[in-house]
Design a protein around this ligand. Sequence first.
Ligand code: AMP
Ligand code: DBH
Length: 535
Amino acid sequence: MLEGFTPWPEERAAFYRQQGCWEGYSLGEMLRKQAVKRPHTIAVTAYGQSYTYEQLLARSEKLAAGFQQLGIEKEDRVVVQLPNTMVYVETVFALFLLGALPVFALLSHRYNEISYFCQFAEAKAYIASTTYQGFDYEQLAKQVQQVAPTVEHIMLAGDTDEFTSLNTLYREEAMQAVEVTGSDVAFLQLSGGTTGLSKLIPRTHDEYIYTLKRSVEICDVTADTRFLVVLPVAHNYPMSSPGILGVFYAGGTVVMCDTPSADEVFPLIEQQKITMVALVPPVVIQWLYAAKYRQENLSSLEVMLVGGAKLSVEVAKEVMPTFGCTLQQVFGMAEGLVNYTRLDDSEERIIHTQGKPLSTLDEVKVVDEDDQEVPVNTEGFLLTRGPYTIQGYYKAPEHNQKSFTSDGFYRTGDLVRVDEAGYITVTGRDKDQVNRGGEKIAAEEVENHLLAHEAVFDVAVVAMPDRFLGEKICAFIIKNKEVDKKELLQFLEARGLATYKIPDRIEWLDAFPETALGKVSKKELRLLIEEKVGV
Ligand code: AMP
Ligand code: DBH
């Protein structure tokens, strides 16, 4: 078993197997099954290139053979940082077939994050593009290589003199079979994090495939589904709720696009007869606006999933009349629990709630400060346990003590209300995080970087309301010598902090408001900035 993975208690594992949730096969096997069942159906279309299930499997196996020749083996960690492209899909399946574990980095991650993932996961390889949207990942790879001695291989999509080009790795010779079972860890997903750096989340094939199976049923994904992925595909949401993997599970077609911008996406929806999309709230707002002036025929759209951050009731109300499709709210987390409104729910429910758990075996508790359950329809902290919610973060025993109860419930850090029918409304958050349009940022991580600047005496990072993104990052700073905003932001960039973590606003204070216990009152700071921005 993978070191650093918190195993499931025997009894619960046996129960989930007996209930038929865990079926014992891997994501690689899932693709193999589809290649036999529907070899000639198009699995993926990306920028004019399409592969059938049979071709996708063949490409992934060839790449797996190349990885194998380099020495990539079962349980080796491989940091993958690729855009929404065919290569992404092939790479991820090649790793699944080998039982190697992709660590799903985002394109917006920089030196700070990538070097940490490589070091912490003791990655054997790092896979990225050469350049993408103006950023030089080859240069980043060079920097990472200096500080991550376990990284033996750097493979880039594109031409490279310095490193290995992925193009050169597709082998004609068959890969050697590797036994990968359902109980093996499939990959390491990232948590938004609440303290310092992101935690890594180990998910097994069994539990992940179970979420795909249920998501496909709930979202009515079939072999006729044409799913457009516009969000960064490495996120848990577009990957699995139902995401590209759910579509592969059902034998449908994934169409890839690397921007959610309506100007590019609307023509694609029309041409490709897209039936399903998964969006975050800011993108919905942009699309609603674009729908007023754009002329494309979007009538093929049947379902629009929206999740990752709270969708406001006002925006939710406009979706169905504007796009003529069903809105499906999804409230999930890379740690596990995923909730959906159901397609046949009343409009009232679809607009006002974030849905109910995907499985009847999900256990959901809403508790007060003392972990005592509160009555129905009362706000409290959401705890959860179930057939696909992790038992612990990867190699984080101390953090796990805090994030899980002694009987294995995950403390989500979300404030919710649950109604008589089990439908959840997200009402707030009890974690020190900013949710910037679906991207989660741990306040402490940004604070630590700012504290490293000599002019910063103290800092507190809080969420500030934003009409479009829902929340943006505001850093309150007490300085001990002259410094301006521009210098601080450049400082953060030079430290290699991911772009989405750079504060949107800096506010100077002489002292921080304090709680009765003498701690910085972030609540007061949030009120202060709310008043200032007046949203
Ligand atoms: P992570 O743990 O980083 O995968 O982020 C998951 C978190 O995103 C959840 O715990 C919520 O705080 C937030 N989230 C996801 N979907 C929604 C949603 N539909 N409404 C409100 N918050 C959401
Ligand atoms: O925000 C998330 O992490 C998320 C949202 C919706 C998620 O992981 C998911 C669905 O699976």
